[in-house]
Design a protein around this ligand. Structure first.
Ligand SMILES: [Zn+2]
Length: 524
């Protein structure tokens, strides 16, 4: 007579538990959304009574992937606007805007995703072409990193008079005329005129995005900066059971979000958790907004943008510390990273387990590297940024500073852990691109040959931990998921193909994705 009844048994699998001993198992029993036991097929199949069982056909099982840095709302908005991802020329960008407008007939056109580094003339564009093609309809096109936008004359006309001198931002001027480029803090001038999509439009897109993520085995996202209205919308979706992935949302430091955090403290609503703020200390490297210690190589007497001075950052950090929140600071340039590390030295004295993160940590002054471990600062990086940016990064920062660029291995060795993400929609959500970029330092076209700064590559084991257990740790969730162990949530992915360890990219997907023991995606 068999013993205990469970809900589900998975057998004939290769389960990579990622537990302390790195054990692999054949089978597991699941009840009430949690893992009851792992072991050999015979043991699990004989011991339990079950109504449902899945023969995994020898496939590999990993803890569900967690993207440590993604933007659900920007991705939804990208899908609702003119999608300019991958445009290979300004001409193609304009054609896509035309196609979009023919279909949607918007009063104001918003697009995003262009990247001039993919064009033959890779200098920043101006709005001359847009003005010719769209003389009357306002158009605003965000660059892929979301840190700058190109607007046409008709859009500028909406703005009326405004101050051109913007702290932490730049309104680009050429020969006394606005070029249409607005960078970093200058985007705030445009914001009041950007029409909002309806919440039903956004919810519909978020559901499609969730489907895409589940198809890759992604069961959790750290949403890297949301507004109060977006938090409300997410909460509604969670309450209505429309969102099943785990979302760890970082709050933008707005007045409303601060009030929310003060009132609620650490906030958990089913699979939605809020206990962190996002700080934006500098801009992005691609639009020369990252704050460097020395000048940009391609822009004399210019070091980038400081979006938050140390006093402001320290104030926000203390606020977070007081209410038990984490602070995740966007730091791309070595100077911004230095400012954040100094802030963390104070925080570390008060709480050594603060887990404050540096998002991106792209260009590090290697003299500062020790501070990551000295002050227990958690690096959160995006391997696909390395393989995308390698085309132009050296032209911006020069050879010498490359030793601290995308230095994931050095960071991991220094801290012992590293969180991995994509920064979608800046990069694709596909976690197999992340794995290939982290392990082989190549993109999905196996470029560049031999890998970009190959000495900074992570091992496969480190990469998978950086997409599961370490990401769970980076959001205080290591007790709930990130490994496949008795007592933890049954949140895992059965891969369609085994993990590819070769230096040649092979497409892969999830065969089945489970969250809390529930099957949410199946290839068949
Ligand atoms: Zn981001």
């Amino acid at each position: 007579m068999k013993g205990e009844a469970v809900d589900l048994v998975i057998f004939n699998a290769k389960i990579y538990s990622l537990d302390e001993g790195n054990h692999t198992y054949q089978a597991m029993a699941i009840k009430d959304g949690k893992i009851v036991e792992l072991g050999p097929d015979r043991q699990i199949l004989n011991k339990y009574r079950y109504t449902k069982s899945v023969d995994a056909e020898g496939k590999e099982i990993y803890p569900g992937f967690i993207d440590a840095h993604g933007h659900l709302f920007s991705y939804a908005e990208l899908k609702l606007g003119a999608n300019l991802l991958g445009c290979s020329s300004e001409q193609e960008m304009i054609e896509r805007v035309f196609d979009y407008q023919n279909k949607t007939k918007r009063k104001i056109i918003i697009g995003s995703g262009w990247d001039q580094s993919l064009w033959e003339n890779s200098s920043m564009p101006d709005n001359r072409r847009l003005n010719e093609e769209f003389p009357n309809t306002p158009v605003c096109l965000y660059r892929i990193d979301g840190h700058s936008a190109l607007v046409n004359r008709a859009f500028i006309d909406l703005l009326g008079d405004f101050d051109l001198d913007i702290k932490g931002g730049e309104v680009s001027i050429d020969n006394g005329k606005l070029t249409g480029m607005f960078i970093d803090a200058a985007l705030s001038v445009l914001e009041p005129y950007i029409p909002a999509y309806s919440s039903s439009e956004i919810k519909k897109q978020l559901k499609l995005i969730q489907k895409e993520l589940l198809g890759y085995g992604i069961t959790g996202v750290h949403e890297a900066g949301i507004e109060f209205e977006e938090l409300k919308l997410l909460s509604e979706m969670v309450s209505d059971n429309e969102l099943s992935i785990y979302v760890y949302a970082m709050l933008n430091p707005s007045k409303e979000n601060r009030e929310f955090a003060l009132e609620k403290g650490i906030f958990n609503l089913k699979n939605l958790s809020v206990r962190s703020f996002k700080a934006y200390v500098d801009g992005a490297l691609g639009s020369s907004g990252a704050l460097l210690k020395q000048d940009y190589l391609d822009k004399k007497d210019y070091k980038g943008l400081c979006l938050m001075d140390p006093d402001e950052l320290n104030e926000l950090a203390e606020f977070c510390l007081d209410i038990g929140y984490q602070l995740n600071s966007h730091g791309i340039g070595d100077s911004a990273i230095s400012i954040i590390l100094d802030m963390c030295s104070n925080i570390y004295k008060k709480n050594p387990d603060h887990r404050f993160r540096i998002e991106h940590a792209q260009i590090i002054d290697m003299e500062d590297l020790h501070k990551f471990s000295d002050y227990a600062v958690f690096p959160s990086v995006q391997p696909t940024h390395a393989t995308t940016d390698q085309r132009w990064v050296q032209a911006k920062i020069g050879k010498e500073r490359m030793s601290g660029a995308y230095a994931f291995k050095s960071l991991k060795n220094q801290v012992g852990m590293i969180a991995l993400g994509t920064d979608f929609p800046v990069e694709y959500t596909n976690p197999f691109y992340t794995i290939h970029a982290a392990v082989h330092r190549m993109n999905n076209k196996d470029y560049p040959d031999g890998g970009f700064l190959k000495n900074e590559s992570l091992s496969m084991e480190e990469t998978i931990k950086g997409m599961t257990f370490w990401n769970a740790f980076a959001s205080f969730d290591e007790g709930r998921f990130g490994t496949i162990e008795k007592g933890k949530r049954a949140t895992f992915v059965i891969l369609d193909k085994p993990l590819n360890r070769q230096a040649k990219f092979i497409e892969n997907f999830s065969w089945k994705t489970y969250i809390d023991g529930r099957l949410l995606h199946s290839l068949e």
